[in-house]
Design a protein around this ligand. Structure first.
Ligand code: HEM
Length: 406
């Protein structure tokens, strides 16, 4: 049953989708009294009494966990993880080169997700998961993560009372289900690092977590939860983001030319560093615009109303009501994004500021993508909106080079 009043849509009993821009601050603002509803519990709490931040329902416990983990995700740490990804970047480029030479179309999201998972592996557990090398999800980890985010989590999340029953059945019948696959991977990697004769000479997530454990700043469940969160929350989202950016650029050749010109006129390392990427204003606008139009999350970012109730979008909701905003709804709001909110227009992020470009030409962009004949952008909705499209790729000409069609 779906009823609608102004900017609130009741999408299920006691569940309301709000489109009022002012509600963003009210529901998600710092210190908001709204908490996560039990919808989140089936998104893998491997240690039910100590769930990860993503599935933690108590605001106080969530804030405490975030505080304990803050330095792991601080910008200064993220930049330090950057060199660990070089090898995986090289492997992806080799694969893309292979596709460019053969002219064979390939599943864009699949390869972006394999890449994202290997990157997560490098920065989190100190090694790639070997997905690009294998060319597939060789140990079922991606399947398990996908099943959680796209099937089990969003569906059982609407009937979370079923979750403990499922866990009980999976345990009694020793089913090697999605939770076990993820847990086994996490425990295996922690044990490997703990048992290693020599420690790696790099400060990845695992190094920092085990150091925190040794000095008593962190508990064992922190270690498991952070590693699990990166594996569970990092690969699909990043794979979708990379795919969306490439898709919208291919669909908008004039934007693609602008990106390539920007890259050509900037002075960049062979693999663009994070700091360098920040200076590419148009590329940054393209990324924001692609993520605006293809927001990762396709469901409400649901929150439960606390004691005393709350007023959202000029409407009173009693305690226990579930309210939230679907990113796709707010991202299409013309009062925020303009009359052309449904169009891909990266310039909207640049305002009136004059664009500057570095005049020293420096080759970087390597490949050109195109959509494979007969393939279209299809999406499948779970918690995330996962795309599917086949693309072809060719090596981009260097400046002054003759055209060669791969
Ligand atoms: C473009 C990429 C990404 C997008 C769009 C994205 C989006 C989101 C969103 C919307 C949430 C909040 C969900 C909610 O409250 O219901 C979230 C939470 C989270 N994400 Fe991401 N994410 C991305 C990449 C990553 C990566 C790469 C990692 C880890 C390596 C990660 C780890 C997490 C964690 C741990 C949480 C829970 C945080 C908390 O509740 O305090 N995400 N993400």
């Amino acid at each position: 049953m779906l009823t609608q009043t102004g900017n609130i849509v009741r999408i299920a009993p006691n569940r309301y989708s709000v489109s009022d821009p002012a509600a963003v601050r009210i529901i998600y603002g710092i210190g908001s009294p709204f908490s996560k509803p039990s919808f989140y519990t089936p998104f893998v709490g491997l240690i039910p009494e100590h769930p990860p931040a993503f599935t933690e329902l108590s605001n106080a416990k969530h804030a405490a966990a975030r505080k304990r983990h803050a330095n792991l995700y601080a910008m200064s740490s993220l930049v330090m993880y950057e060199p660990f990804v070089e090898k995986v970047n090289g492997e992806l480029l080799d694969r893309l080169d292979g596709f460019a030479q053969s002219g064979q179309s390939f599943d864009l999201f699949k390869w972006m997700q394999l890449y994202a998972m290997d990157v997560i592996g490098e920065i989190t557990i100190g090694r790639s998961f070997g997905m690009i090398e294998a060319g597939k999800d060789h140990d079922g980890l991606l399947w398990a993560v996908d099943f959680i985010n796209m099937e089990y989590g969003p569906k059982i999340g609407l009937l979370p009372e079923l979750h403990p029953w499922y866990l009980w059945i999976a345990n009694v019948f020793s089913i090697n289900d999605h939770t076990k696959i993820v847990r086994t991977a996490i425990e295996r990697e922690i044990a490997k690092r703990k048992d290693a004769e020599s420690l790696p000479d790099r400060e990845d997530f695992m190094t920092k977590l085990l150091a925190g454990l040794r000095i008593g700043k962190l508990e064992q469940y922190d270690v498991n939860n952070v590693i699990g969160a990166n594996i569970g929350a990092g690969s699909e989202t990043s794979g979708i983001a990379f795919s969306a950016v490439i898709y919208y650029l291919v669909q908008n050749p004039e934007c693609m030319s602008k990106v390539l010109n920007e890259l050509d006129s900037a002075q960049l390392s062979n693999t663009v560093k994070f700091k360098e990427g920040q200076t590419l204003k148009y590329l940054q606008a393209v990324i924001k615009e692609a993520l605006r139009l293809h927001a990762m999350v396709g469901m409400l970012l649901a929150r439960e109303v606390g004691e005393g109730g709350a007023v959202v979008a000029d409407t009173f909701f009693p305690q226990g009501s579930v309210v939230g905003i679907n990113p796709h709804v707010i991202h299409q709001d013309k009062s925020i994004f303009g009359e052309d909110a449904d169009k891909f227009n990266p310039d909207r992020w640049l305002g009136d500021k004059e664009k500057t470009s570095n005049m020293e030409k420096h080759f970087l962009a390597t490949f050109e993508f195109s959509i494979a004949p007969g393939s279209t952008w299809k999406t499948y909705s779970g918690f995330f909106i996962k795309p599917s499209i086949h693309v072809q790729i060719s090596r981009r000409r260097h400046r002054g080079e003759q055209t060669t069609i791969a």
